[in-house]
Write a protein that binds this ligand. Structure first.
Ligand SMILES: Cc1cc2nc3c(=O)[nH]c(=O)nc-3n(C[C@H](O)[C@H](O)[C@H](O)COP(=O)(O)OP(=O)(O)OC[C@H]3O[C@@H](n4cnc5c(N)ncnc54)[C@H](O)[C@@H]3O)c2cc1C
Length: 59
């Protein structure tokens, strides 16, 4: 089991800001991990769906 201070000090990286990545990051923070960074390879534009970015109708 990871101690509370080890959890606070450990830097955790989650790859992908899909449903699984975002929920993992939330759960890791709730579990006491102090540093959780989510990396996403797709460009931040449009609407996210299953790893794809769909163009926004107003773009
Ligand atoms: C056409 C379509 C319609 C759907 N409609 C619905 C629906 O109506 N309702 C529903 O509940 N589900 C729907 N789904 C299913 C749902 O979208 C998926 O089940 C869900 O998105 C899976 O989430 P995930 O986090 O596992 O993967 P993803 O959503 O694919 O997230 C993975 C993320 O990781 C990123 N990534 C990949 N490689 C890297 C890397 N090397 N570095 C950094 N980031 C990376 C990707 O860009 C992506 O953003 C649909 C799927 C499709 C294809």
């Amino acid at each position: 089991m990871t101690s509370n201070s080890a959890k606070r000090d450990l830097r955790v990286v989650v790859m992908g800001a899909g449903m699984a990545g975002i929920l993992s990051a939330i759960k890791l923070r709730e579990a006491g991990f102090g540093s959780v960074t989510v990396y996403e390879k797709a460009a931040p534009r449009g609407r996210h769906l299953a790893g794809e970015y769909l163009p926004r109708p107003d773009l």
